[in-house]
Design a protein around this ligand. Structure first.
Ligand SMILES: Cc1cc2nc3c(=O)[nH]c(=O)nc-3n(C[C@H](O)[C@H](O)[C@H](O)COP(=O)(O)O)c2cc1C
Length: 168
């Protein structure tokens, strides 16, 4: 059985999750999306970071090219994992994969530290801007800082095992 674990990661959070999944499936190919040669795999784990409540552009473009496959997905996001926003991300990603007649075996996600450059940019916004820092947002950025943490990574490794056991 040929397995691919592939990911897009701008600041390393999603890459850490991909590596943690790979720990439980060391025979799988582990590749950033930019290094994929072909999609000739029995099972594809596809991962990305969240941008506007969906996979980032690189993961999105790949997802649109995967048809009729067994797939599992993973992502990291700045929002809290139990938020409505996280549910919207799951919905958007599952819709994307289902649209191409893929069989989704499962998904995993966790919070990921937000790029400090983005936080600096937010801080330049006028206080009446809808994305301007407020107490709630500052707290969320602070909480995201330590993720993915050890627990997130061990859950990702367990996710890999769960997918394989469902798949066999
Ligand atoms: C341009 C940009 C847009 C983002 N948009 C969202 C978003 O819509 N929702 C969210 O929860 N997080 C958003 N984030 C946060 C990232 O998804 C999060 O920090 C992620 O863990 C980054 O993963 P990486 O380190 O693998 O690049 C955004 C980050 C950037 C840089």
């Amino acid at each position: 059985m040929k397995i691919l674990i592939t990911y897009s990661s701008k600041t390393g959070n999603t890459e850490k999750i991909a590596q943690a999944i790979h720990k439980s499936i060391p025979t799988a190919d582990l590749l950033p999306i930019s290094e994929i040669v072909d999609l000739n795999y029995d099972l594809i784990f596809i991962g990305g970071w969240i941008d506007r409540a969906n996979f980032d552009q690189t993961a999105l473009t790949l997802a649109q090219q995967i048809f009729d496959k067994d797939v599992a997905y993973f992502f990291t996001l700045g929002a809290y994992p139990h938020s409505e926003h996280a549910k919207e991300c799951i919905h958007n990603i599952e819709t994307l994969l289902n649209n191409n007649n893929n069989n989704i075996i499962g998904g995993y996600f966790c919070q990921g530290a937000i790029d400090p450059k983005l936080i600096s940019w937010f801080s330049t916004l006028p206080s009446d801007h809808r994305m301007a820092p407020n107490d709630e947002r500052k707290q969320r950025w602070e909480d995201a800082k330590s993720h993915p943490d050890h627990l997130d990574l061990s859950r990702a490794t367990q996710f890999g095992l769960d997918i394989i056991s469902k798949y066999r």
